[in-house]
Write a protein that binds this ligand. Structure first.
Ligand code: ADP
Ligand code: MG
Length: 341
C-alpha cells in the first residue's frame, strides 16, 4: 500500500512548481487576499505557503490530507458548477506522501492557531498551539526525499533555476487574474518577486508585465450567446511588432479559462494564424512566431469545461471547443482586420 500511495502521489505531485500550485490554489479557494510563498534550496528543503484565508475547521483537520477528502464538492452535480480550483481532494495527501508536511491553521472562531504534523499517510501525528493569525500555513519539507531519481533530477542548479522561474510564472498568472491578491515569492530569505493588492485587472496585469509592455496592449471584450462565451483581455495593439528580437518585453502570454491558468496551444494557434493571415508577413517565418505578451480570460459556463483531463488540471477539455476557438478568432479579426486592409 505504501508503494502504491507513493506512485500515485508522485504523479499528482511531480515537481516543486506542482506543490506550489496546489497549495496556492487551496489558499485561493479559502478566500485568501494575501499569500506568501517561501522556498529554501529551490523548494527542495522547504516549501512554505502562508495565507490569510478561512483557516481549516478543527473537524476537517483530521481528514484534510486523507486521500480524496475534499470540503469543496459533495455530489457529482457540484462538479458542473465548480467555482473552486480544487475538487479532487488529492493534493495535500499526495504532498504528504512525498515530503514531510506540517499545517498550521486558525479559523475566525479559533482562539489560537494549531500546528499539526502529518505522516506519510496524511494522518496527524502531533499537534501544538502556535502563534499565527487567521489563515493557513502549509510547509512541505524534504521534497521527494523518498524518490531518489527525482531528487537527483534536481541536483542540477540549472534545473532548479528553471523550476523557480516556473514558480514565478505561476504566481504571476494567478496575480493577473486575482487583482485583490497580495503575493510574495521568497527564496532563501530574499524576496524574488512580489505584487501588491490592486483594484482591477488592468492594474494587476500592469504590475506583472510593467508599464512599458502595458502600453502596447489594448483592452478588448467579446460576448456571445449560445453557447455563452465571454472573452476578456488585453491584446497587442494592431501594428505592434512584438516579434522583433530587440523587444525587451518578456514573453508573458496569459490564457485563462474561468480564471484558471491553462495550457493554451490551440487558442494560441488561432492567435498566430489570425496574425499570419492579416498582418505581419514575418509571421510566415516560423522562427519569428513568438507568442505575444497578452492576457485573455475565456469565461464559459463551468458545466462546459472539463478540467479533470490531467492530474495538474492545466489541460482543459471544452464541450464547445470549436465555438470557443471561433469566438477567439472573430474577436481577433475584429481587432486586427481593419489594420490589415
Ligand atoms: P481539494 O483542494 O481538491 O479539496 P486538497 O487535498 O488540496 O483537496 O485539500 C483538502 C482539503 O483541505 C480542502 O478541501 C480544504 O478543506 C482543506 N484545505 C487545504 N488547504 C487549505 C487552506 N489553505 N485553507 C483552508 N482550507 C484548506
Ligand atoms: Mg486543493
Amino acid at each position: 500500500a505504501e508503494t502504491v500511495r507513493l506512485l500515485s502521489s508522485s504523479q499528482v505531485i511531480n515537481s516543486v512548481v506542482n506543490v506550489v500550485k496546489e497549495l496556492l490554489e487551496n489558499s485561493l479557494d479559502a478566500g485568501s487576499t494575501s499569500i506568501d510563498v517561501k522556498l529554501e534550496n529551490y523548494g527542495l528543503d522547504r516549501i512554505e505557503v502562508r495565507d490569510n484565508g478561512s483557516g481549516i475547521e478543527a473537524s476537517d483537520v483530521a481528514v484534510m490530507a486523507v486521500k480524496h477528502y475534499t470540503s469543496k464538492i459533495s455530489c457529482h452535480e457540484d462538479l458542473e458548477r465548480l467555482e473552486t480550483y480544487g475538487f479532487r481532494g488529492e493534493a495535500l495527501g499526495s504532498i504528504c506522501a512525498v515530503s514531510e508536511v506540517c499545517v498550521t491553521t486558525k479559523t475566525g472562531a479559533d482562539d489560537v492557531s494549531i500546528q499539526y504534523t502529518l505522516d506519510v499517510t496524511g494522518h496527524i501525528v502531533s499537534q501544538r498551539p502556535s502563534h499565527l493569525g487567521q489563515g493557513t500555513t502549509v510547509c512541505a519539507l524534504k521534497l521527494f526525499k523518498n524518490l531518489p531519481v527525482r531528487r537527483q533530477y534536481y541536483s542540477n542548479t540549472k534545473k532548479c533555476k528553471e523550476e523557480m522561474k516556473k514558480v514565478q510564472d505561476l504566481l504571476m498568472a494567478y496575480a493577473v487574474v486575482k487583482p485583490g491578491l497580495r503575493v510574495t515569492l521568497t527564496h532563501n530569505k530574499a524576496v524574488v518577486w512580489q505584487k501588491a493588492r490592486v483594484s482591477d485587472h488592468r492594474a494587476a496585469l500592469m504590475a506583472v508585465i510593467g508599464a512599458a509592455c502595458m502600453a502596447n496592449l489594448l483592452p478588448l471584450q467579446h460576448r456571445q450567446e449560445q453557447p455563452e462565451i465571454t472573452i476578456q483581455g488585453y491584446f497587442p495593439k494592431p501594428g505592434c511588432d512584438y516579434t522583433s528580437s530587440s523587444s525587451s518585453s518578456p514573453d508573458k502570454t496569459f490564457v485563462f479559462v474561468n480564471d484558471r491558468p491553462v495550457h493554451h496551444k490551440d487558442i494560441l494557434k488561432v492567435f498566430v494564424s489570425v496574425q499570419c493571415k492579416l498582418l505581419n508577413a514575418r509571421f510566415r517565418d516560423p522562427s519569428c512566431r513568438r507568442y505575444p505578451t497578452m492576457m485573455m480570460n475565456i469565461i464559459i459556463p463551468p458545466s462546459t469545461v472539463d478540467v479533470n483531463v490531467t492530474p495538474d488540471k492545466t489541460q482543459v477539455m471544452l464541450h464547445y471547443k470549436e465555438a470557443v476557438l471561433s469566438a477567439v478568432e472573430a474577436m481577433l479579426v475584429s481587432l486586427y482586420g481593419a489594420a490589415a486592409k
